[in-house]
Design a protein around this ligand. Structure first.
Ligand code: FAD
Length: 332
């Protein structure tokens, strides 16, 4: 059985996403009873400024892989690095974010190091054995997964579910600068990185506020109403499947059974009826606000706050009001 709690710290656009600090908070909690060390594996390029961020949130050790060839994610490269590290110096637990990269990396690493893996966890517990806890059946039940065997317990962690780590000003980490050599015979080669289209392109699974639009918006151009509110709140823009099927928004923004599962602090559903397949993707949000002209719409059964009215009237008013209240401040 290994020792210590590790997290994967992979930057996006030169910054560490919030989920990294949430994993650090959980790692500190898991490490405390046995006085274990919390380690971050920091992968990418031009990473020096990020080391201090990890230290501030209580990281004891940083494995620093800073190399131009690591600037862009590559499954084969990243999973080899993590698996080789784990084999040399196995941790007890390794946490990765439940985002696109983490969801692909975690099982790949787990199979290489022959250990168990739990996906999409929202909590962990130590009752007898170590357990990962995750929602299932559209969030109606929580499943407790028990790790067996001696390998590290690997898990992906849903963003916005765990408390951020506490700030520990002055905390210092041991920085271990790691050598990196690009492996030969890579099966995938990166040809181009396409930046998303302009306007409210934040990844819905990582946002702390999501403003989603549905068929009630009536046309692609009317998504600008959701985008305006989102830009004032610092939110991401999601969509129902109807809106995606109509070609108003790309599939990567779809929330629901055949889209993404989001867990923001605030989810604002605009002109969305609240079909069960949509609920599956957003019912774990901490606060749900629904705007719909039909008072009988299903979404109101789920909402913490409901506004019965026409989105074309409500959304501009809400956006204006939020802009006035927040000024240049952004909530998210
Ligand atoms: P509608 O159900 O048509 O609702 C539109 C709402 O807008 C209505 O409630 C209406 O009252 C309101 N409205 C209209 N005009 C206005 C206005 N001016 N002001 C205010 N309100 C207004 N759906 C998903 O969202 N995500 C999924 O991942 C998903 N996966 C699916 C998988 C399967 C296998 C199946 C069968 C379905 C799936 N669906 C999914 C589809 C789902 O069943 C619903 O059809 C869909 O969610 C409805 O989208 P909607 O709420 O935008 O549209």
């Amino acid at each position: 059985m290994g020792k210590g709690i590790w997290i994967l710290a992979e930057p996006r656009d030169k910054a560490l996403p919030r989920v990294v600090f949430e994993m650090l908070g959980e790692a500190r909690r898991l490490a405390a009873p046995g006085g274990e060390e919390v380690t971050a594996v920091l992968l990418g390029h031009s990473l020096e400024p990020l080391v201090a961020e990890l230290e501030k949130y209580g990281t004891d050790r940083v494995f620093l892989y800073d190399h131009a060839d690591l600037a862009e994610y590559n499954l084969q490269v990243y999973s080899k690095i993590l698996a080789d590290l784990i084999v040399k110096d196995p941790p007890r637990v390794m946490l990765l974010p439940a985002n696109a990269h983490g969801r692909e990396l975690a099982p790949s690493v787990a199979i290489k190091v022959k250990s168990g893996m739990a996906s999409d966890c929202i909590r962990f517990s130590h009752e007898g054995a170590f357990h990962g806890i995750r929602p299932a059946y559209a969030g109606k039940v929580l499943v407790t997964l028990e790790y067996t065997g001696d390998g590290p317990s690997i898990a992906t962690v849903r963003p916005n579910q765990l408390a951020m780590g506490e700030l520990r000003e002055g905390h210092k980490a041991t920085i271990v600068k790691m050598e990196f050599e690009k492996p030969q015979g890579l099966r995938a080669k990166l040809l181009e990185v396409k930046k998303p289209e302009q306007g409210a392109t934040m990844e819905v699974t990582e946002a702390t506020i999501v403003v989603s639009g549905g068929r009630g918006l009536g046309a692609k151009e009317n998504f600008s109403l959701c985008e305006s509110l989102a830009s004032v709140l610092g939110a991401a823009v999601g969509a129902s499947r109807m809106a995606v099927d109509a070609g108003w928004r790309e599939h990567k923004y779809q929330v629901g059974q055949t889209g993404k599962v989001v867990t923001p602090n605030i989810y604002i559903a605009c002109g969305i009826s609240g079909a069960i397949q949509h609920q599956v993707g957003m019912n774990q949000s901490k606060c749900i606000v629904a705007i719909n002209k039909d008072p009988e719409a299903n979404i109101f059964k789920l909402a913490d706050y409901g506004i019965v009215g026409d989105i074309f009237t409500i959304l501009p008013l809400l956006t204006q009001e939020c802009r006035t209240m927040l000024g240049s401040e952004v909530l998210a």
